[in-house]
Design a binder for this molecule. Structure first.
Ligand SMILES: Nc1ncnc2c1ncn2[C@@H]1O[C@H](COP(=O)(O)OP(=O)(O)OP(=O)(O)O)[C@@H](O)[C@H]1O
Ligand SMILES: [Mg+2]
Length: 309
């Protein structure tokens, strides 16, 4: 299978410090792939190497069929980058920004206008087209930023933390824009520190920690890696706890409070019912029941802790 982004054993060192230590990444054409990781994980470094802004120290990276080291110019023609910090001109209007970008990319005057109108409509910015960008909300400015990076019709779009610093509403607006984009056949590599964002937008997620890949898979696969749902039984006293443990034959895990048992289940209602019936049959008084489903946050913490250890 030919991948739009194929990265093997990618390394980057600054001085003696390894920042990327053998990263593999394979992204098929179309759709959104998330590169998830905490501060300093190496997300931006990866994106900079894949967009030819920084040279790798080792390994191989091929983007849209071109090697980033052997043929950086071809890579640059195929990709576009929306960096971690917005690149819009705040004095110009949204429309002027887009026209200027199209002209910089050698579009004729009327073609540049057409491109601007098309992108303003696509990113829901028509109503604000003639306002200086300095008056835009954070979400609008980010949408314009993404629109600007699409002026040259790139095959691959890199979005480095597109929603960092945005309020929840603006974040949702950007998500909608990214979802639409991915639907149009562009391959999007998105970096984020927000698990919710990776869960919402990406078909697959690569978790980066300390310059290495800690995990890779669909959001659901990653969640299932740290186990299924657990049912928490809250017991009223130590006697009840002991009786519950005995009934479960050592399957439950006692939590820090010392009064709860956590039992892994398949997440079905039947499993909860069976558990409660078992407790009733043994006369174990259960105070409360809660069901916990692992979130991507749990996965992320579990994985990045493993790497840090
Ligand atoms: N030009 C440089 N010189 C030296 N060290 C660098 C340079 N660029 C990045 N680093 C280091 O590389 C590591 C990874 O940085 P990078 O910017 O790739 O992380 P990141 O995952 O994008 O983090 P963030 O979420 O904060 O944006 C950090 O420890 C950083 O200090
Ligand atoms: Mg970064």
């Amino acid at each position: 299978m030919a991948y739009t982004i194929a990265v093997e054993g990618l390394r980057k060192t600054y001085g003696a410090t390894p920042v990327l230590d053998g990263v593999d990444l394979h992204v098929p054409r179309g759709g959104v792939h998330a590169l998830l990781g905490p501060n300093g994980a190496g997300k931006s470094t990866t994106v900079k190497i894949l967009t030819t802004l920084v040279a790798p120290s080792g390994g191989r990276a091929v983007v849209a069929g071109h090697d980033v080291v052997a043929d950086p110019a071809a890579v640059r023609r195929a990709v576009s980058l929306t960096g971690q910090y917005a690149a819009v001109d705040e004095v110009l209007t949204g429309r002027e920004n887009l026209v200027m970008m199209a002209r910089l990319r050698h579009a004729g005057r009327s073609a540049a206008r057409e491109t601007a109108e098309r992108l303003l409509a696509r990113f829901d910015l028509v109503h604000a087209a003639d306002r200086a960008v300095g008056t835009y909300s954070g979400g609008m400015a980010r949408r314009l930023d993404i629109a600007l990076s699409l002026v040259g019709d790139p095959q691959v779009l890199f979005l480095d933390e597109p929603t960092t610093g945005l309020d929840p509403r603006s974040r949702r607006d950007v998500w909608t824009a990214v979802e639409e984009l991915a639907g149009s056949g562009v391959t999007v590599l998105l970096t984020t520190q927000y698990l919710e964002e990776a869960d919402q937008l990406a078909e697959r997620v690569t978790v980066l920690a300390g310059g290495r890949v800690a995990a890779e898979g669909t959001p659901d696969e990653l969640k299932s890696r740290i186990g299924g749902e657990t049912v928490q039984l809250v017991l009223s006293d130590v006697g009840a706890l002991a009786a519950a443990c005995a009934a479960l034959d050592g399957q439950g895990r006692i939590d820090e409070s010392g009064m709860s048992l956590h039992v892994t289940t398949d997440g079905s209602a039947g499993a909860v019912r069976d558990l409660l019936q078992l407790m009733a049959a043994r006369d174990v008084p259960v105070d409360r029941v809660a069901v916990h489903r692992p979130t991507l946050d749990d996965v992320f913490l579990a994985l990045t802790e493993q790497v840090a250890a």
